[in-house]
Design a protein around this ligand. Structure first.
Ligand code: NAI
Ligand code: 3PY
Length: 406
């Protein structure tokens, strides 16, 4: 068994982490001593992994990471190791747009799942075995079990999405697997879609259009298809992150809406730039005419918009969700729409996806549902491909990811 010592600064007192691995050339191990405080815990996982990779690449040198690890200077350390990605095997779980897979193929062995429908769990388990990296979609559940099936050599999961609720990040951390996502480049596209949904839902765009398509348009009707308008009304943004902000900018700037928002932290810039007011969710729901959901899906936000929450909304209000389906209680939403307890809803995300065509929400004339197309523009999806591939290549080389969530 091969062993490599890693020295830490004086402040580092005893407690050791040991990691073992298997490769075609045998088995190896790394022992790490770390600080009494666990402030370097994440860094240690990365160090262990770099060390593994270095050994796998046939490099036996003992490295002193003490100073650089203490400073968090990973780039220097990994480039000093000069690790190769050449022989790594990666799985890409769907065809992605753009040219970036060509770059990946230059440095790795790449298998791309060729179907439009995602691999089943069973197929995924078969496909991940022995991979060093995975480029995954939001529809792939990447949990500890799957990482174990992949094997100890797995070092990076690069999600082709900004949302990463499909990945068990804690399980990844404990296995020394780094996880990447694709923020920012899809913010505008998704905010545009949130605004589109807001208008589509508030002006009956789909059912009215269908009337024409189905030859049912009889005449101009003074009382037909009456909707609600956003100008000078109140917009409630649930989750003032990147997409929440971009949506608010569009609607406050373009339609003069007043802004309320919820956030875990104060967003001074939003208040300054858009005149928004941070409030509790209950206040936001009660006072807003349009509520747009942009929080990440976590255990805390699952069912955040439940029957109780919907019950606080105005009967003239419109609910938009472009975040994740699980944040809204769909049964409660069906009930509210049927009772006209809210005016309408626009959803780009549902539970499950796809939502069966006979689901009550699909049948509701007051609900617009899109097939999760928030980021579906050429610009955004190509840029997501670039980031996802950059993340994967960096992770394989033990370098910091361009966009990391671990
Ligand atoms: N429909 C689509 O195609 C797309 C959907 N999305 C979804 O939108 C979400 C947001 O994306 P970004 O704005 O880029 O992410 P972000 O991380 O910038 O924003 C998420 C916000 O939610 C807040 N948040 C998280 N937990 C919260 C809680 N318990 N209470 C209040 N706020 C909480 C965070 O503080 C953060 O401000 C993604 O996680 C993803 O699920 C993103 C892109 C496209
Ligand atoms: O990025 C995401 O989180 C999406 O939902 C699709 O782009």
């Amino acid at each position: 068994m091969e062993g490599v010592g890693i020295r830490f600064p004086e402040s580092v007192s005893a407690q050791s982490v040991r990691s073992t691995w298997h490769t075609s050339s045998g088995k190896g191990a790394v022992s790490v001593r770390r600080s009494g405080t666990l402030c370097f815990a994440d860094e240690l996982h990365r160090i262990i992994f770099r060390k593994r990779e270095a050994l796998v690449a046939g490099q036996r040198s003992i490295m002193s990471v003490s100073e650089k690890a203490a400073k968090g200077n990973r780039v220097d350390e990994t480039s000093r190791l000069g690790m190769e990605t050449m022989k790594h095997s990666v799985l890409v779980t769907r065809q992605i747009p753009g040219e970036s897979l060509k770059r990946l193929r230059e440095v790795c062995e790449v298998e791309v799942w060729p179907e439009a429908i995602p691999p089943s769990r069973e197929e995924l388990c078969r496909l991940v075995k022995g991979r060093h990296g995975l480029l995954t979609m939001l529809s792939d559940r990447i949990d500890g079990e799957l990482m174990d099936v992949a094997g100890e050599q797995l070092c990076v999961v690069s999600n082709y999405a900004v949302g990463f609720n499909n990945i068990d990040v804690d399980a990844a951390k404990t296995r020394g697997v780094v996880v990447g996502n694709t923020p920012d480049v899809l913010t505008d596209a998704t905010a545009d879609l949130a605004v589109s949904l807001l208008f589509a839902a508030s002006r009956h765009v789909l059912p009215a259009g269908n009337q024409v398509r189905e030859g049912e348009w009889k005449t101009w009707e003074p009382t037909g298809w009456l909707g609600v308008e956003p100008s000078d009304k109140t917009l409630g943004i649930v989750g003032m992150g990147r997409i929440g902000k971009a949506t608010a900018k569009r609607l406050v700037g373009g339609w003069g809406m007043n802004l309320l928002y919820t956030s875990r932290s104060d967003q001074g810039d939003v208040e300054k730039e858009l005149g928004g007011r941070r409030v509790e969710l209950d206040t936001l729901l009660a006072e807003s005419d349009f509520v747009s959901v942009h929080v990440a899906l976590t255990d805390e936000t699952r069912n955040l918009i439940d029957a109780d929450a919907i019950g606080k909304m105005k009967s003239t209000s419109v609910l938009v969700n472009t975040a994740r389906g699980e944040i809204v209680d769909q049964d409660a939403l069906v009930d509210a729409l049927n009772r006209r307890a809210i005016f309408a809803a626009g959803l780009d995300v549902t539970t499950p996806e796809p939502l069966p065509a006979d689901h009550a929400l699909v049948k509701s004339p007051h609900c617009v549902i899109l097939p999760h197309i928030g980021s579906a523009t050429h610009t955004s999806r190509n840029a997501m491909s670039e980031i996802a591939v950059d993340n994967l290549i960096a992770g394989l080389a033990g370098k910091p990811l361009r966009c990391s969530v671990t």
